[in-house]
Design a protein around this ligand. Sequence first.
Ligand code: PNS
Length: 183
Amino acid sequence: MIAIYPGSFDPITLGHLDLIQRGSRLFERVIVAVLRNPNKMPLFSVQQRLDQIRLSTQHLPNVEVDSFDGLTVNYAQMRHAQVLLRGLRAVSDFEVELQMAHTNKTLSTQIETVFLATSNEYSFLSSSVVKEIARFGGSIDHLVPPHIALDIYQCYNHNSPMLNPISTEATPPLKSMSAQKEA
Ligand code: PNS
């Protein structure tokens, strides 16, 4: 059985990769499909995202990476896939995902949506959270693969995080507000 894992993946996170890895054990083939969405202003181009995902999944022989536009169910039918794979992090995801699954069912009765619960450690994680942390100088090394962390830091004009991931202490140390006042 072939599963499509559709999404924006701007960028792919460890949460997405966990889902792909687990999906690759359940299905004969998993096709990670990046939506070419003209309505969004992404951080990375579709080609960059394809390269990032390919590099991150190269150890999984039954995972393929592709892009598509238009309706996901049409793409799934074109690829002879029977399943749309989606992750569920929290109740807030459920409403949106259920609506999407029902909509897709009205478009094609042949395609089933299969949800996997996101692993606990990634239940808070999203591409937007990753971008926000990096934009403000925080570390994302624990949230995305190393090569993607580097790509993101470079987008925000630094080569590494400016803040320590746990303590959010500045590295090199920034002066505290009181120290700045005293200076
Ligand atoms: O990673 P995302 O942004 O949550 O992925 C959303 C995605 C790409 C799966 C969804 O927007 C989608 O399937 N778009 C394609 C258009 C479509 O098929 N729409 C009908 C279902 S609502």
